[in-house]
Design a protein. Sequence first.
Length: 441
Amino acid sequence: MKKIIETIKNIWRIEDLRTRILITIGFVAIYRFGSFVVLPGIDPAGLQNLENQTSEGLMSLLNMFSGGAFSNASVFALGIMPYISASIVIQLLAVAVPYFQKMQREGESGRRKINQYTRWLTVFILLFQAPTYMINLHAQTQGTGAFMVGNGFWFMLSSTIILAAGSMFILWLGERITDKGIGNGVSMIIMIGIIARMPSALGEEFLSAWTSAEGGGLVKFLFEIIALLFVMALAIILVKAVRKVPVQYAKRIEGGHQIGGARQYIPVKLFAANVMPIIFAQAIMFIPLTLAQMSGSHSWAMSQFLDHTSVLYNVVFVILIIAFTYFYTAITLNPVQMAEDMKRNNGFIPGVKPGKDTADYLDNVMTHITLPGSLFIALIAILPAFAGIIGIKQGFAQFFGGTSLLILVGVVLDTLQQIESHLLVRHYDGLLNAGHVRNRA
């Protein structure tokens, strides 16, 4: 406890770090305040049916990612997910379209252009999703008087503009957190939305256990908490997992071909894509939800996709996670570029020829270590389905795995590492064990 207090004091002594943390808290407070600002012309008292709709199925996930703004009919109701969807499309284009491939190779200027295209695509998606949200809102609140000014064209138009502007404002907040605050802004906003739903989900599960007519409800609740802590520990191991390429990497001695210096290895993460594949897969799984809202379809296949505990939903979810893992790893870790950089710096892998052979070898190694990583994260992603099957309420079951848990753990660890780097630069002990090791070294 004394060590924790001393670390907090050290954080407060560093003016730049203190300012960044306070800015982050301020922007997060603005985001949470906006989540409760109801759309003009909507009566919050008539939203009970919408809250019931978002208590289960994919709607509950969408509501969780928005921090409850979806069920509140808030100006931030659409959240950050349209931006995530736009990012998926742009990254797919960067693989398939030469124009976007060229922009990726242009460095900082290309990155700015890609970000601009992503924002414009986000606006386009919002102009499609906002009317869909309003149609669903009207269907869920019919007869309740929630639409105080009617449901005319001008009201729909103004609400669409407000919803689109709200999501773009959230994106702006995320970018400001990244630039002026601490951590990745977009990930931080998603994490805050998830954390905001945790107390109510925990309270509902406890109340259900307390009032259980079968008896032993509190014992079951205790085992659920223990299981949650175990799964969190498993997720931490996954996010921090790093595996080295099992081949020595070294530099040639000037004028010779001997391996000089101490042994070195090329560090490659067991799961280099982190939580991005599961976010991408979850965004794709929202498509059936949107189609169902628009068409009013209640077919068997559609109902299976809308039920997160169904076999069909989870099989497709796992396949998408594995596919996106390979895709994201391929676009973030380029074996050809790694081989060229190694050759340029007089590096080599013993027993492997420089150039194409080295690139092929690195590609083969990454392919082999990506598979177990993708299977591991896919297993964690579908754990909420198993939790729901054994009787845990869906709101609380979402924290037993899936996107929510991995984002929560990943963002927290990333933020702590950034804080730790500020501390270590100024010769203070860090927050993590790894920081103490580096400091002693």
